[in-house]
Design a protein around this ligand. Structure first.
Ligand code: SF4
Ligand code: SF4
Length: 56
């Protein structure tokens, strides 16, 4: 399991990549991507995203 990135809402700001304690997030071609094997579902990124682009 892992969080879901809502691509239509993601602006590629990178805030979530800095907040993730597991290093599971990266920004590629201006959109965030999650490595499902690394995500622990801690929800830090869900609260950190300024655009509401991450859901669990
Ligand atoms: S914080 Fe939100 S808008 Fe910014 S890159 Fe991550 S998912 Fe996209
Ligand atoms: S839920 Fe936690 S571990 Fe998963 S991508 Fe977000 S910040 Fe990283």
């Amino acid at each position: 399991m892992a969080v879901t990135i809502i691509k239509g809402l993601c602006i590629g700001c990178g805030v979530c990549t800095q907040m993730c304690p597991s290093g599971a997030l990266s920004v590629q071609v201006k959109t965030a991507h999650v490595n499902a094997k690394m995500c622990t579902e801690c929800e830090e990124c869900v609260f950190a995203c300024p655009n509401g682009a991450i859901t669990l």
